[in-house]
Design a protein around this ligand. Structure first.
Ligand code: FAD
Length: 518
């Protein structure tokens, strides 16, 4: 995946079959689907791939236990199928994880035990393992720091966990390997029409300021919480349909929760869901569901949200964590679609919505990461219908994602690169310094920076520290301390001077401070 080659294709292709705006889970899933069906496909993303919500999820590949409680069997069944497909098609970035749900009464054991057995039953042949009811003592061995007070037993069920932005990068690579073109740092600023029908888009390369016009047969709007803005570019009279709902996560050192399983509290005292999840040697605690007026690309956590997580984690675990113990706080915004006049965000359905406008714009939004493949399939089906493209079958149910590799050695710090890990390690033969750690407290090596620039279209220090590696999300202070090394390595590869390095270090440090709680 090479950005100059991608830009070159803008000159070579006169009319694209499908142009996609937005390089998050939805847009990238759509690009993989469209390219693998053989449509000439272009995707443009205004920042970096997965810079939006798609790098800020709870990292679960799940059917949605709470949608089961709401009786939405169809949505749960569909998501469980997608969960199973994802674990098969991208085993290097997704895996099975046990979730322990402590029960504080016999009634809870029966209610959650039965519910989660149904949850597993609905996954059919793609089941990740049986749901079990266990004694309180066993729950305490699985969750060593759990507060044992009042626990009567627990339910253990299986779900998936993944690395969201690594999967996003691998999807971009898969799209390219199937003939697609994907370009980051290109912001769509206008829609071109002839006789009221869309014929293309105008966008600006924010790296060099170049302005492009690209023609297409059909345009797909996959801009998540920003979908209204693109719809209004198409039709100034369009009413808002997105209700952004924000969720935050606090990341801690794993000693507060030294478990291999995750903790799931389905209903806190104020009826919210709380997870504590081991991830890349740390623990993620979240999340919240707070209605927000305007979408933001770098949303900030609210004091109330931080307070909720700190209060509840100190209640359910035998720990005393405070703001100073938080290694990173990251915030994402769900693109929930206003339907049936339900405005309270936690009641909003998480299924996706597709709208085809009179001009031919196909907008796809809502849904969740787990369902990205199905969303891509549905978006392309609608685009093909709307633009009367030649019909071709979707092949993504069995399409292996870039990096696919089975039987991974999870003790290898580079396992998340899957089949690329071998070539990445070869870089340390080219320059043995690149085998050095980026930071003494992290497992990431310098070669990952070189790899990110050469193979994964990383253009900034933030791209490397936030989304190619996950250092910013795991430990913001360590990320700031690594910025100078990353800038230097990138400058060597990209032939950039000292002032570029200084500008990158300063921009990244400013951003990363938002991931720290003062
Ligand atoms: C707190 C939280 C936790 C979640 N946890 C989970 C989970 O554990 N599992 C799960 O399955 N789902 C989860 N989700 C849902 C999931 O993360 C989202 O549904 C998904 O990431 C949305 O992807 P998207 O591509 O639609 O949006 P985004 O990822 O936001 O992508 C949209 C992209 O469009 C780009 N864009 C916007 N305007 C333009 C323009 N003019 N030109 C070019 N590009 C543009 C943006 O820069 C952005 O990158 C969670 C969501 C939140 C908020």
């Amino acid at each position: 995946m090479n950005r100059s080659r991608m830009l070159q294709q803008l000159d070579e292709v006169k009319v694209w079959d499908i142009i996609i705006i937005g390089g998050g889970a939805t847009g990238l899933g759509t690009a993989v689907d469209a390219a693998s069906r053989g449509y000439k496909t272009l995707l443009v993303e205004q920042f970096d791939f997965a810079k939006g919500t798609s790098s800020r999820s709870t990292k679960l590949v799940h059917g949605g236990v709470r949608y089961l409680a709401q009786g939405n069997i169809k949505l749960v069944r569909e998501s469980l199928k997608e969960r199973g497909l994802l674990l098969k098609n991208a085993p290097h970035v997704c895996h099975n994880l046990s979730f322990v749900l402590p029960c504080y009464s016999l009634w809870q054991i029966i209610y959650y035990g039965l519910g989660l057995k149904v949850y597993n039953f609905l996954s059919g042949a793609l089941s990740l393992g049986k749901t079990k009811i266990i004694a309180a003592k066993k729950a305490m061995t699985l969750l060593p720091t759990i507060n044992p007070a009042q626990i009567k037993g627990a339910v253990v069920y299986q779900d998936g966990q993944f690395d969201d932005s690594r999967l996003a990068i691998n999807l971009a690579q898969t799209a390219v390997e199937n003939g697609g073109t994907v370009i980051n740092y290109c912001s769509v600023t206008g829609i071109i029409k002839e006789n009221k029908k869309i014929t293309g888009v105008q966008f600006t390369d924010t790296i060099n300021g170049n302005v492009y016009e690209a023609k297409c047969k059909v345009l797909i709007n996959a801009t998540g919480v920003f979908a209204d803005k693109v719809m209004q570019m198409d039709d100034g009279m369009m009413k808002k349909m997105i209700l952004p709902s924000q969720g935050i996560h606090l990341v801690f050192d794993k000693h507060i929760f030294p478990a291999h399983a995750a903790l799931m509290i389905p209903k806190t005292s104020d009826a919210r869901v709380l997870f504590a999840i081991p991830w890349h040697d740390k623990v993620i605690v979240g999340t919240t569901d707070t209605q927000i007026d305007e979408p933001a690309i770098e949303p900030a956590p609210l004091e109330e949200e931080i307070g909720f997580i700190l209060q509840h984690i100190n209640k359910y675990l035998q720990v005393n964590v405070q703001r100073k113990n938080v290694l990173s706080v990251f915030v994402g915004q769900r693109p929930l679609v206003i339907k049936n006049k339900i405005r309270k965000s936690s009641l909003m359905p998480r299924s996706h919505t597709i709208i085809v406008s009179n001009s031919g714009l196909v907008t796809i939004t809502g849904g969740k990461w787990t369902s990205y493949r199905k969303m891509g399939e549905d978006a392309v089906n609608n685009a093909v219908f709307s633009a009367k493209l030649e019909k071709r079958n979707c092949i993504t149910e069995t399409l292996k994602i870039h990096g696919w590799q089975n039987n991974l050695d999870k003790s290898d710090a580079l396992y998340v690169y899957g089949s690329d890990a071998k070539s990445l390690k070869q870089l340390c033969v080219e320059n043995e310094d690149w085998a050095n750690l980026l930071h003494p407290t992290l497992k990431n090596i310098q070669a990952e920076v070189i790899w990110a620039v050469r193979k994964e279209m990383a253009l900034t220090v933030e791209d490397v520290l936030a989304r190619r590696t996950r250092i910013l999300f795991l430990d913001a202070k360590a990320a700031i301390e690594s910025a100078a090394t990353v800038a230097k390595l990138m400058a060597g590869e990209m032939k950039k001077d000292d002032s570029w390095q200084q500008q990158q270090i300063s921009a990244f440090s400013k951003l990363a401070k938002q991931y720290l709680l003062s």
